[in-house]
Design a protein around this ligand. Structure first.
Ligand code: IPM
Ligand code: MG
Length: 382
């Protein structure tokens, strides 16, 4: 029981965002009732919805709502087919999502990947490679590396190329720089080791130390940080090999620690193992001050415009993101677990949205977004 106000900014965004957010808020309110949580939820537009409402992907008023909150429950943003002419720094992906990550120093991105036994059919790997079900956690550095390196611009240069008739020619050149400092690597390494302590006590740190200066530093710093966690096994793996190992033997991984770009790529690959992006939540955490950890919580998947507005989307990733929010930002472990148990109950009842439906399973019942949300909210309230 707690009477402290839990201030939440709910930014549904585009595509399936509003539909899955509606179900997550439904479940959140059910768990709030049950555990007497004093929820204070403010909804605000973001993404194309922000551009439509206030001319910006992250309207000032929305940013202010976030600043006044302790956590952001985020849906998804970006509609690739809407206005390709908009300047890239105004596009929702950069202007809203990357901006929020930087604005709130959300350097630690946790992406749990789980394949429940009941959904084994959705995994693209052969059953013998799935072990007893998959369970790994990608810890991705989120505010450094190539995503935020300077200069990030396109330059025109003039170059004379040998064998090129007609003399000097103009070329375009794009430069992205990968920058990491020791403290940036240290703090994300600590997050990964602390997460491993609560799991199977293994960290696989990903780098490209055979080629990149950044990779060498990454490996050095992670090795140093590992000394503070003697009970955790640390292993270093080149990113290309990691991509292969994830397909060959995913059960060898517990916590996978990555810099920003490698984490972006490997987390999508890992997510594929769970069969559907529609099941996977994520947490992006900033610094912890006292009791509070500011965080942004969002589904691993995107806006899925092809199924938007049709009551087809799987709301579970958004609902589990709300559970992570209760756990990490509000330290409401019992309430977080109640949501996770509600999701397991709905799966155990055989309820399946289209993305996880197996026609060969006689006990499976195909349902829509709202039915899935209702079932989970009902299980939470029971
Ligand atoms: C993700 C996404 C984002 C990223 C995009 C939408 C900017 O792919 O959260 O993984 O690259 O970080
Ligand atoms: Mg990505």
């Amino acid at each position: 029981m707690s009477s402290a106000t839990l201030k939440i900014a709910a930014l549904a965004g585009d595509g399936i965002g509003p539909e899955v957010m509606r179900e997550a808020l439904k479940v959140l309110r059910a768990v709030g009732q049950k555990y007497s949580l004093n929820l204070h939820i403010t909804e605000a537009p973001v993404g194309w919805a922000g551009i439509d409402a206030a001319g910006k992907a992250l309207p000032d008023a929305t940013l202010e709502v976030c600043r006044q909150s302790d956590a952001i429950l985020f849906g998804s943003v970006g509609l690739p087919d809407r206005d390709p002419t908009i300047p890239k720094d105004q596009r929702p992906e950069r202007a809203a999502l990357l901006r929020l990550r930087k604005e709130f120093s959300l350097f630690a991105n946790l992406r749990p990947v789980q394949l429940p036994k009941a959904l084994a059919h959705a995994c693209p790997l052969r059953p013998e490679r799935q072990g007893d079900g998959l369970d790994l956690l990608v810890v991705r550095e989120l505010t450094g590396g190539m995503y935020f390196g300077q200069p990030k611009k396109t330059e025109e240069v003039i170059e004379a190329r040998e064998g090129h008739e007609g003399g000097p020619r103009r070329f375009l050149r794009a430069i992205d720089t990968m920058v990491y400092t020791e403290p940036e690597i240290e703090r994300i390494a600590h997050v990964s080791f602390q997460a491993a302590q609560l799991r199977r006590k293994k960290v696989t740190s990903i780098d490209k130390a055979n080629v990149l200066e950044n990779g060498i530093l990454w490996r050095e710093v992670v090795t140093r940080v590992a000394k503070a966690y003697p009970e955790v096994t640390v292993e270093h793996m080149f990113v290309d090999n990691a991509a292969m190992q994830l397909m060959l033997k995913p059960t060898q991984f517990d916590v996978v620690l990555c810099e920003n770009m490698f984490g972006d790529i490997l987390s999508d690959e890992a997510a594929a193992l769970a069969g559907s992006l529609g099941m996977l939540p994520s947490a992006s955490l900033g610094n912890t001050s006292g009791e509070k950890t500011f965080g942004l919580y969002e589904p691993a998947g995107g806006t899925a415009p092809d199924i938007a507005g049709k009551n087809l989307a799987n709301p579970i990733a958004q609902i589990l993101s709300a559970a992570l929010m209760l756990r990490y930002s509000f330290k409401q472990e019992a309430a977080a677990r109640a949501i996770e148990a509600g999701v397991s109950a709905a799966i155990a009842q055989g309820l399946r949205t289209g993305d996880i439906y197996n026609p060969a399973d006689a006990a499976a019942k195909k349902v829509g977004t709202t039915e899935m949300g209702d079932a989970i909210a009902g299980a939470v309230a029971a």
